[in-house]
Design a protein around this ligand. Structure first.
Ligand code: 0GY
Length: 289
């Protein structure tokens, strides 16, 4: 592969919104550095290095206290780069791993000790070659205590995934709300289907994240704000928020992370909602022990 992608804004603005003390950016990634942590031969994109130093500088710039680092698909099932970033965070980061479903129980336990608290199952065909549901369920049944599953899919496959989602024996956190079409508005078909999933069990969580990916109208992403705020209000105990830095695969318009942070008071307008979204909820999932 060639043409390394720089997918992040070079000088994000300072947000107007000040996150509360202890706030967690609960969806971000690290890339490499490649010299230490080579990308997977199966990676679908080849990013520039975006290591822990850059991530922690952004955390401080945006006014956050902690990170949840989600293993990105470009690193495949080798979690070394993510574990390295967690280790360098001085207790300020936890992680979500991507694993080979044949992983041993001892290896899962080692990931727990390295700060992982969940596994991610990715169903995006442009990012991964296959997503073996039966094997995913097998590994979900033997995760370390307190772990959850993070799942990434697009709205058009939600219906076919329902039996699989219902069978997952631990809490489920849905990346970017399963990528609904936010232009349909808060009562559109995609949001209705996603609400039905949230109603189907009380341990399905979601990330009201990625306006830059979901709202074609662009920054300031008004359609995203309109479609998503009611979801956060109605399910305020089950949402966590993140920047998605370094925005894997973004190439045309790179989101200003300060502007992404300024989406928070638009989807969570009260101090109480902001505290849940940024502190209480991620604490329950990632810092319970
Ligand atoms: C995201 C979104 C994307 C990429 C990945 O692991 C990844 O490569 O998650 C995407 O391209 O939509 O949440 O980071």
């Amino acid at each position: 592969m060639s043409n390394r992608i720089t997918s992040w804004h070079s000088s994000p603005s300072k947000p107007k919104f000040t996150p509360p003390p202890g706030a967690v950016d609960a969806h971000c990634h690290v890339f490499g550095p490649e010299a230490d942590f080579p990308f997977s031969p199966k990676a679908k994109y080849h990013p520039e290095d975006a290591g822990p130093d850059k991530l922690f500088a952004l955390r401080d710039h945006l006014g956050f206290s902690r990170n949840v680092i989600v293993q990105a698909s470009c690193h495949g099932t080798d979690n070394a780069a993510t574990l390295d970033a967690i280790a360098k965070s001085e207790g300020k980061a936890r992680g979500v791993a991507v694993v080979d479903p044949d992983i041993s129980d001892a290896e899962l336990q080692a990931l727990h000790e390295g700060g992982m608290r969940g596994v991610r199952f990715n169903f995006l065909k442009r990012l991964v070659d296959n997503a073996p549901k039966d094997k995913f369920l097998e590994v979900a049944g033997r995760l370390p205590k307190g772990w959850h599953v993070v799942i990434y899919f697009e709205a058009d496959i939600l219906e076919e995934l329902l039996p699989f989602l219902a069978a997952i024996p631990v809490p489920v956190v849905v990346d970017h709300m399963g990528r609904p079409d936010v232009t349909q508005g808060p009562d559109g078909a995609d949001m209705k289907a996603f609400r039905a999933l949230l109603e189907s069990r009380d341990d399905v969580w979601f990330k009201p994240t990625c306006p830059d990916r979901l709202d074609p109208s662009g920054d300031p992403w008004n359609q995203f704000a309109e479609a998503v705020a009611p979801l956060v209000a109605d399910y305020s105990d089950r949402c966590i928020w993140g920047t998605d830095w370094p925005h894997p695969n973004q190439q045309n318009v790179l989101p200003d992370d300060g502007h992404l942070v300024d989406m928070i008071p638009r989807i969570a307008p009260t101090a109480e909602l902001q505290q849940k979204l940024l502190v209480t909820n991620p604490d329950r999932l990632y810092w319970a022990d």
